[in-house]
Structure formats: structure tokens, C-alpha cells
Design a protein around this ligand. Structure first.
Ligand code: G3H
Ligand code: 13P
Ligand code: ZN
Length: 322
């Protein structure tokens, strides 16, 4: 199988009540960890590349590594997606450069400007057999250079989604229902505490999601900012010299519920970062004399694989759906 678009993946996910994981890739170990897990569990997978990832690793390296994974695992569908493209030129570069899917994120612009830019990308992408994800509503957190302060985010207005999809022709739509980017998704003040004193974040706005679904029957919805920030890895980071106080994410049971509905793509990056960083910090503390990068990158890659396997089995529900 060669690289695929997300069209067929999303159709099956929508009808099957599961979601496909979209994991951010920045280096070889991340590509390997994700695709090894997806191949073993026979799951479709989306590998996504941000503008920052391209600046870090170079477009050509990233595409070559993803193509290597496609060759190694021909039995699972793999899509290569641009995450948070912010200009037509960036989207065009990725379309011309082998991506099968791009996101144009013009969600910080006015509705009409978002429509106009998204439409321009859709026209070019569709001429080249590439699909387009767009976004309505803004998430809190950091996306490359765009920082949206907590409290300044805005949920998607369901009454806008139909017109937006009809006018742009986009293939999937990211909506804002309370998820956010990064490892600090909520301030302690936004949370309550359970009986054990553990922070409990405010629930996702399933009412907004359901209204969007009603207005867009059969249409794939995307959730960004969907890391759950597992507390065992926050603890590992903190126990081995890190400092990530009050890091908190989206409860996995809520993501599982969303995946059963029309949410066909769930974006996860921070959990992979956390798994790698916690594992490497622990390794360094326990092996102060080691200096061969393969020694600490091997367990880090395994941690990526374990994290992705857990997401596929317990959160996305995409095991065996390749
Ligand atoms: O949504 C943002 C992703 O986590 C990518 O992050 O821009 O730091 O590569 P990045
Ligand atoms: P997280 O920061 O929650 O992993 O979100 C990643 C994301 O949305 C990438 O586009
Ligand atoms: Zn995102």
C-alpha cells in the first residue's frame, strides 16, 4: 500500500464508531514507535507534521521516513498530513511535496477570511488528489507561533458549520469543544478536585459536538489538543529532575465517547513528548555513565510505541480496523 488520503479511513471510522489517531512526528524514533504500534495492532494511522516539525527536521527527511514506514508496513493505511498549515503557500508546498492531507488553520481569522483561504487551499488540494481539514473555533494553547491564552479560546458555533463546509468544500472539520494544546490544558482554577485531591478538568462540550453532528450528518469531525497528559509520566518527569507542576489533559473516557460519535480524527502530540521526556530523564538518572544516544533513545522509542498502542486500544478504538 502507498500513502493514502483520509477519505476511506474516515468513512470507516464514522460508520464503525471509532477514531483514527493523528500523531505528530518530528524524528525517526517517533515515526518508528507510532508505526510499529499501529502495524502490530492492525490500525490505520495518520502521521502529521507541523510547520515546526518541518523547520526542525526538514520536509525531505520527514517524508522519506514516513515513506520508509509505508514500505515496512504495507498492510496498514498510513496518511501523511500537514498539521496547522497557516498559509496557502505552506499547504501548496506540502501538497506538491508528497503529503496526502493538509490542514489549513485559518480559525483565528474572521469567518469570511477563513472561508476564502480554506476554499483556495481546497481547490488546489483537490486538483492534486489531496484532502483538506479546516478549523472553526479556537483552542487555547500553543500552535507553532500562535498562542491563545486560556480564557480567550472560543467554542465552535454550531450554526456556522454547515455554511462553512458548503462554501469551502473541506473534507473534515476541526471544532473547539474544550480541548486545548499542550500539557497544561486547564488552570487549577478551572478544575475541581476529587475526594483524593486530584484535579478534575471541566467536561468537554458534548452539546456543541452533538449540535455540529446534527448539522453535518456523515461528515468527519476532528479534535485537536486531545492528549490526556498521563499523570504517571508527569510524575516520572518531576521525579527525575523535571518541573511540570499542574500539567493536566483531557480524560480518556471522554475522548472514547467522542470517538464513538462523528469524531474520526483525534490529535495527540503532547503525550508522546511526555512519554519520551519522562523515559529519557529516568534513563539519565539511572545510567549517569551512558552517553550513546541509542541507549536512551531505544527506551524512549519503546515508550512512544506503548503510548500509541494504549491510545489505539483504549481510546481510539481503531485496533484491527486497518
Ligand atoms: O498543535 C500543535 C502540535 O502539538 C505541534 O506542535 O508546532 O510545536 O510542532 P509544534
Ligand atoms: P496535544 O497538545 O493535546 O497533544 O494536541 C496535539 C494537536 O492538536 C496537534 O495538532
Ligand atoms: Zn492541533
Amino acid at each position: 500500500m502507498s500513502l493514502v488520503t483520509t477519505t476511506d479511513m474516515f468513512k470507516k471510522a464514522y460508520n464503525g464508531g471509532y477514531a483514527v489517531g493523528a500523531f505528530n512526528v518530528n524524528n525517526m524514533e517517533i515515526v518508528q514507535g507510532i508505526t510499529e504500534a499501529a502495524a502490530e495492532l492492525k490500525s490505520p494511522v495518520i502521521l502529521q507534521v507541523s510547520k515546526g516539525a518541518r523547520a526542525y527536521a526538514n520536509h525531505k527527511y520527514l517524508v522519506a521516513m514516513v515513506k520508509a514506514a509505508v514500505e515496512l508496513y504495507p498492510d496498514i493505511p498510513i496518511a501523511l498530513h500537514l498539521d496547522h498549515g497557516d498559509t496557502f503557500e505552506l499547504c501548496k508546498d506540502c501538497i506538491d511535496g508528497g503529503f496526502t492531507s493538509v490542514m489549513i488553520d485559518a480559525s483565528s481569522k474572521s469567518f469570511d477570511d477563513n472561508v476564502a483561504l480554506t476554499k483556495q487551499v481546497v481547490e488546489y488540494a483537490h486538483e492534486h488528489g489531496v484532502v483538506v481539514e479546516a478549523e472553526l473555533g479556537t483552542l487555547a494553547g500553543i500552535e507553532d507561533e500562535v498562542v491563545v491564552e486560556s480564557g480567550k479560546e472560543s467554542y465552535t458555533h454550531p450554526e456556522e458549520v454547515e455554511e462553512f463546509v458548503n462554501r469551502t468544500g473541506c473534507d473534515s472539520l476541526a471544532i473547539a469543544i474544550g480541548t486545548s494544546h499542550g500539557a497544561y490544558k486547564f488552570t487549577p482554577e478551572q478544575c475541581t478536585r476529587n475526594a483524593d485531591g486530584v484535579l478534575v478538568p471541566p467536561p468537554l462540550r458534548f452539546d456543541v459536538l452533538k449540535e455540529c453532528i446534527e448539522r453535518l450528518p456523515g461528515f468527519p469531525i476532528v479534535l485537536h489538543g486531545s492528549s490526556s497528559v498521563p499523570q504517571e509520566f508527569v510524575k516520572m518527569v518531576n521525579d527525575y529532575g523535571g518541573k511540570m507542576p499542574d500539567a493536566i489533559g483531557i480524560p480518556e473516557d471522554q475522548l472514547r465517547e467522542a470517538a464513538k460519535l462523528a469524531v474520526c480524527k483525534i490529535n495527540i502530540d503532547s503525550d508522546i513528548r511526555l512519554a519520551m521526556t519522562g523515559t529519557i530523564r529516568k534513563y539519565f538518572a539511572e545510567h549517569p555513565d551512558h552517553f550513546d544516544p541509542r541507549q536512551y533513545l531505544k527506551p524512549a522509542r519503546q515508550a512512544v510505541k506503548d503510548m500509541v498502542a494504549h491510545k489505539i486500544k483504549d481510546v481510539l478504538g481503531s485496533e484491527g480496523k486497518a
